[in-house]
Design a protein around this ligand. Structure first.
Ligand SMILES: Cc1cc2nc3c(=O)[nH]c(=O)nc-3n(C[C@H](O)[C@H](O)[C@H](O)COP(=O)(O)OP(=O)(O)OC[C@H]3O[C@@H](n4cnc5c(N)ncnc54)[C@H](O)[C@@H]3O)c2cc1C
Length: 379
């Protein structure tokens, strides 16, 4: 008999397994249908020995000291500030758009004030900012929108940006200075030995049993457990009762090249004609030294593993119907990006899992004879 069955060994499931096992002294069975732990953050050495991210580049960034210090129990960190270039009109230009982007693209020598005026002269007036197109054209105008955003967003989501919620392109800021960092969070790091090693340390506890290549469906009636934490797709849990929640998927083409480097930064975006959206070169992220280099091309598509919830109002409404069912379940907790149908960064999922753990501690008394560590109260 397990105290808890946890479905999914990504950040959501693994953080909860670790907390429950180490702080409540309860027995956890953690399952994943994939052949590995770590969920989408899983990394591995490829045949050439280069550390790559199986499901595309994962860069850790957060403003939360609590989340950073929690994960620091399981890894050391390598400082890394992410910089992205976009290939536009044959040039490699900084994205988010900044002073250098505009000056290089148009052969100008504007200063910050000049760029603010340049944007203002091109920005289109909008009564209300609703779509992903509105956000960009109302800030930098149509030409930059078409060069940097329109093609990329259409490839990424399979629909026109005018049909997508503003949140998609609002994630990418516009700057009038020369700051070319992709993120501005106070903590920006990569785990020194990789994500998988961090998960291995997290889950190395005698109260945690891991079963891989195991689908929840297969064992849901076979295993004895008291409570369930589910981090898989919420619509699947309820057998798609109200219909399928739409996701955008990706195909990853991993390639090793017989040369030390391919590109000047970890990620180059391709917003114009190529079928792929971006190319990632991992050694920039990991700091690994190797005579070869491994890169990943990303091709967005409709079918395949669910990666990105499609942010449209009707999809949120459908999710809300599933959420109502979820809230009525007894002894089941829904945590993580698939179970709550939201695009979350890793730190947000860790935060959500730690908050769920606090809720669990408030609602569920630990079994008798297994002392609740005093740390629980403090966290
Ligand atoms: C291409 C890409 C790039 C990203 N880059 C970044 C980044 O740079 N920085 C960042 O902070 N975040 C990034 N993210 C987001 C990050 O991947 C997520 O925040 C994080 O992985 C979410 O963790 P999770 O546990 O909720 O979900 P997941 O990691 O998806 O884990 C869920 C697990 O549940 C398993 N599962 C599902 N259904 C079942 C079932 N029925 N039975 C058994 N197991 C099941 C799945 O196999 C999976 O392993 C990126 C995401 C993508 C797709």
């Amino acid at each position: 008999m397990f105290d808890w069955l946890i479905v999914g060994a990504g950040f959501a499931g693994s953080v909860l397994a670790e907390r429950i096992a180490s702080q409540r002294g309860e027995r956890v069975l953690l399952i994943d249908k994939r052949a590995h732990i770590g969920g989408n953050a899983y990394d591995r050495h490829d045949e050439a020995g280069v550390l790559i991210h199986q499901y595309g580049p994962h860069i850790f960034h957060t403003n939360s000291e609590a989340i950073f210090s929690y994960l620091s129990k399981f890894t050391r960190w390598r400082p890394y500030e992410h910089r992205v270039l976009a290939k536009v009109d044959g040039m490699l230009l900084p994205i988010p758009i900044n002073l250098d982007t505009v000056n290089k693209l148009f052969g100008l020598s504007l200063d910050s004030e000049g760029l603010a005026a340049w944007f203002a002269a091109r920005a289109e007036k909008r009564e209300e900012i609703k779509s992903s197109e509105d956000v960009v054209v109302a800030t930098v105008g149509r030409e930059l929108y078409e060069k940097f955003f329109k093609g990329y967003t259409k490839k990424q989501w399979g629909v026109e940006p005018s049909q997508l919620d503003k949140s998609v392109t609002a994630r990418v800021p516009t700057r009038v200075n020369r700051d070319d960092r992709y993120f501005t969070d106070s903590h920006q790091y990569m785990p020194t030995d990789g994500y998988t090693r961090m998960f291995e340390r997290m889950l190395d506890h005698p109260n945690i049993k891991i079963m891989l290549q195991t689908d929840f469906e297969e064992i849901r009636n076979e295993v004895d457990y008291r409570r369930l934490i589910y981090t898989g797709p919420i619509d699947e849990f309820f057998e798609f009762r109200f219909g399928k929640l739409p996701y955008r998927s990706l195909q990853f083409k991993h390639v090793t090249l017989d040369r030390p480097w391919l590109q000047p930064v970890a990620v180059v975006n391709y917003p114009q004609t190529e079928a792929y959206t971006r190319v990632t070169e991992y050694k920039h992220l990991t700091g690994q030294r190797h005579e070869k280099t491994s890169v990943t091309f990303e091709y967005p598509c409709d079918s395949g593993d669910p990666y990105y919830p499609v942010p449209r109002a009707e999809n949120m409404e459908l999710y809300k119907r599933y959420e109502k069912l979820a809230l009525a379940q007894k002894d089941v907790w829904f945590v993580g990006r698939l179970a709550t149908y939201r695009y979350y960064n890793m730190d947000q999922v860790v935060g959500q899992a730690l908050a769920s753990f606090r809720r669990i501690c408030a609602e569920v008394a630990p079994p008798k004879n297994r002392a609740l560590a005093s740390a629980v109260a403090a966290e």
